[in-house]
Design a protein around this ligand. Structure first.
Ligand code: ADP
Ligand code: VHF
Length: 374
């Protein structure tokens, strides 16, 4: 059997007891199933929710806190309990665990992104099961992943995993929320996530969940674009993760990895970078970038917006204002202003780097809507 790198996301609704605290029994079941995958030779990464759910009762909150400060306080108490429970449970199978807490910022900061990659790769190569969660005590509202569903997809892309399993309290994606519509029909397989499924997905069905089905579908969509296949569903028993891998999971299988698979540099550009300005380009440049896989040359640049230095990330728009992609520039905004519209030969003379490409094709990624049409 092919040894795979597998990311397993376990939601709060699957880890907590009816009272909202951490269910040791459920956690042990997941650990047993993960250990079985590990013993089959697969590399396993757990994205585990449950810190807020595990911690709020210890702070005497009557239910899961809704304020940011309340969630952060509960997570600060619960994360330790969660990690201790995992470490003790995996030790039973002679498997080491390692805790990694992430915020959205870690993905946007290129060196932190690369550090996270090398740490996770080293842990996996040494047979460790990394346990990852959002760093709730640090993340602030506008910087959070929103939920661990998206975090699990991004980690899957970061470590070039083959498979993402999103474990929840429902056995798959339905055409409407089965908890409110008894006639809802389950999808057994989706080749990709269409707008139709996103519209059919409602919010969280559990008192402790954050993401709801919509966030799981959005995460699955990102995972496919990063080259993973995905599963969303429920698990039962010690062989449940192996069953999912064998196509016998109780849930919905989501398709074939995205046609346009981003390599790690382009992945960072597409999903994590923040643009410092804009370049407006003509149709000739648009064709070169989107159809011919070329670089952006000065002759095609019509205008420059923003003040940015060499190596900054900028959005590229056509002259109708439509974003066609994002890329890392080889020269500053001022230099580009000097050479826009000029031939490459003239540009080489005028720029400090003596390079003509404003954006090299390897430092460029088309906008998602353009990738779809490729
Ligand atoms: N179309 C749908 N298909 C399946 N479940 C749905 C759908 N729309 C809403 N849901 C709800 O989403 C819930 C799962 O999301 P959530 O409560 O956040 O779980 P978790 O804690 O695992 O992230 C399910 O319990 C279900 O009630
Ligand atoms: N970091 C939070 C995760 C919240 C979250 O995404 O919950 P869920 O939607 O149940 O996966 C926690 O540990 O409670």
């Amino acid at each position: 059997m092919k040894k795979e790198r597998i990311v397993i996301k376990i939601g709060s609704s699957s880890l907590t007891s009816t009272g909202g605290g951490l269910s040791q029994t459920k956690l042990l079941e997941f650990v047993e199933a993960a250990a079985a995958l590990h013993q089959d030779g697969h590399q396993v990464v757990l994205i585990s929710s449950g810190a807020v759910a595990a911690g709020f009762s210890g702070l005497k909150y009557p239910a899961r806190p809704v304020t940011l400060a309340g969630k952060q306080a509960a997570a600060a108490v619960g994360q330790g309990r969660l990690m201790q429970a995992y470490t003790e449970a995996f030790r039973h199978y002679q498997i080491e665990t390692g805790q990694i807490l992430l915020t959205r910022d870690n993905f946007s900061n290129k060196s932190q992104y690369q550090n996270a990659y090398s740490t996770l790769t080293e842990l996996l190569q040494r047979g460790v099961v990394p346990i990852i969660n959002e760093n709730d005590s640090i993340a602030v509202d506008e910087l959070t992943f929103g939920d661990n569903d998206m975090l699990s997809a991004l980690v899957g892309g970061l470590i070039h995993a083959e498979c993402l399993m999103i474990i929840t309290d429902i056995n798959g994606i339905y055409d409407s929320n089965p908890k409110t519509n008894p006639n809802a029909k389950r999808y057994h397989f989706l080749s990709e996530i269409e707008d139709e499924q996103l519209e059919q997905a409602g919010d969280s069905g559990s008192a402790v969940g954050t993401g709801g089905m919509k966030s799981k579908l959005q995460a699955a969509k990102i995972a496919l674009s990063l080259g993973l296949r995905a599963f969303i569903g429920k698990t039962e028993g010690p062989s449940s993760f192996q069953d999912i891998l064998a196509g016998k999971g109780d849930g919905t299988y989501i398709g074939f990895p995205g046609r346009f698979v981003l390599n790690s540099k382009k992945q960072w550009l597409a999903l994590h970078s923040r643009s410092a300005g804009e370049l407006i380009v003509d149709d000739g440049a648009r064709t070169a970038l989107l159809q011919k896989g070329g670089s952006l040359l000065p002759a095609g640049v019509l205008d420059v917006h923003g003040r940015f230095e060499r190596a900054a990330v900028v959005e590229v728009k056509d002259d109708r204002g439509s974003v066609i992609g994002i890329g890392q520039v080889n020269m500053s905004a001022f230099e580009i202003m000097d050479i826009k519209g000029k031939s490459s030969q003239e540009a080489v003379e005028l720029t400090e780097t003596k390079r003509a490409e404003v954006i090299h094709r390897d430092e460029w990624v088309p906008a998602e809507k353009e990738r779809k049409s490729q």
